[in-house]
Design a protein around this ligand. Structure first.
Ligand code: ATP
Length: 202
């Protein structure tokens, strides 16, 4: 699972996602857009628009899929609940949750982080321009000592770092460019750029 807001999805998400799916030999890596209230704000897309952009982005791409369960819910849900749901659906599965360094830096403040680690493993993806805070570095070291460096069958609680092609692209930057009337082409898939233009997003 690769969670995020994906407002909009861009190559900084997609290229790492594909590389991770290949590196971990995943049949499917699911991009998991988070819940968002039904009406979009002035600076963002609503859930169905974010889903539409993600689906356009992964169309025909082997190994990448979109999991819409959180985005379609009426109320916000926590990562821990989604992981528990997946565990119930697929008791045998080894769960991997991918997140960028910036997201991982705040992981200790997520809802029930220990329960997340009891269900799943974390793969921390390098992201340009994000130094890892000391506390996060120590968390990775602690996990490494306890559980080893690899995520074997049935593992939970392992935290590893993954090297991926570094693309300094952010959704915030894309939204700002679009708002300023600039062309976001080559930062994100062409069908996503077209969707943004056709729907007057951002
Ligand atoms: P924003 O700029 O609005 O914060 P974002 O580009 O960070 O958006 P998110 O949807 O918040 O996109 O990110 C989803 C996940 O993808 C997070 O775990 C984030 O760390 C990771 N991520 C986003 N952009 C990159 C990138 N360029 N390289 C590596 N990881 C990324």
């Amino acid at each position: 699972l690769f969670g995020g807001t994906f407002d909009p999805v861009h190559f900084g998400h997609l290229r790492p996602a594909l590389e991770l799916a290949e590196a971990f030999e995943l049949r499917t890596l699911r991009l998991l857009p988070a819940h968002r209230p039904a009406h979009r704000g002035p600076t963002g897309a609503n859930s169905s628009q974010r889903i539409a952009m993600l689906e356009a982005a992964v169309q025909g791409v082997p190994r990448l899929a979109v999991d819409t369960r959180e985005a379609r819910r009426e109320t916000p849900s926590y990562t821990v609940d989604t992981l528990a749901e997946l565990r119930a659906e697929r008791p045998e599965a080894t769960l991997l949750f991918f997140l960028g360094l910036d997201a991982f830096a705040g992981f200790a403040d997520w809802h029930r982080p220990d329960d997340i680690l009891a269900l799943a493993n974390l793969v921390v993806v390098e992201r340009p321009g994000t130094p890892l805070p000391d506390a996060a570095e120590r968390l990775i070291e602690r996990q490494r000592e306890r559980a080893g460096e690899t995520i074997g069958d049935g593992a939970t609680g392992v935290i590893v770092r993954a090297d991926v092609t570094q693309l300094a692209i952010s959704a915030t930057d894309i939204r700002h460019r679009v708002a300023a009337g600039q062309n976001p082409r080559f930062l994100l898939p062409e069908p996503v750029r077209e969707y943004i233009a056709e729907n007057g997003l951002y």
